[in-house]
Write a protein that binds this ligand. Sequence first.
Ligand code: AMP
Ligand code: MG
Length: 279
Amino acid sequence: MSSSIPAQLVFAPGQSVADIDTSATPGFSGAKADAAPVQAERSARLTELQEMLYASHKAADDTRSVLLVLQGMDAAGKGGIVKHVVGAVNPMGVRYTSFGKPTEEELAHDYLWRIRKALPPAGHIGVFDRSHYEDVLIVRVHNLVAPEVWGARYDEINAFERELVDSGVRLVKVAMFISLDEQKRQLLERLDDPTKYWKYNPGDIDERLEWPKYQEAYQAVLDRTSTDYAPWHVVPCDKRWYSRLAVTELLIQALESLDLSWPAADFDVEAERKRLLDA
Ligand code: AMP
Ligand code: MG
């Protein structure tokens, strides 16, 4: 049931951001309670595949990697995906990076400089909590650079991602969408709970007020950078149990497409067994 999720999430040309049903559960017909056992089983599968990816690099020089790109407005649940979905796998094989407001040093370089530095090593799953897409989202919404500068970035990003894919990086791009009501509920929860103050940023409200402009900016991202080699997936995130299951499935699909297997022993297993028993 859950493995039909990925196909339903691929951005379809012409699809409108304004029409996204953020409370939908595409490809999953059950409720929250039905998702729990599925999530447990699929997390175990993800863990197994990730270990196979890591092992293939360690023992068989497989240089491929997977890069999960998470984009979404504040409180869309990016942190929850990192904690619950990525958190289910062995941290040894994960390279996590969050991208905030660029530092002075980063600003002195091309916008892809910090992105290139954070790419996953061979055999790893890279996780981008925000990404180079901020350079055509917040940057576009607030005119942080001239329109011709951000305007040229869509093609630059496509060329960059082509390069990544050609070098063996399997990209999993996830655009996370919540409704304004759900965002308000989530942000209020942060204000109501002292253990969540650390997640609250007064600037989130300023960004929230720009939602129409963000909607346009997200539409342009989806229209212009969803390619056959690195398609976008549109994930409804009002129901967090669903978005977690969805991203789990997207990662499983990416890893399964690598056709991984456990590396064969590069030693004589029987001879080693005998040596060990005698040692
Ligand atoms: P958070 O993800 O909650 O830690 O917030 C990070 C903030 O940094 C968000 O408001 C992002 O939009 C912002 N940010 C990320 N990348 C850039 C960028 N390239 N230029 C300007 N702001 C950025
Ligand atoms: Mg935030």
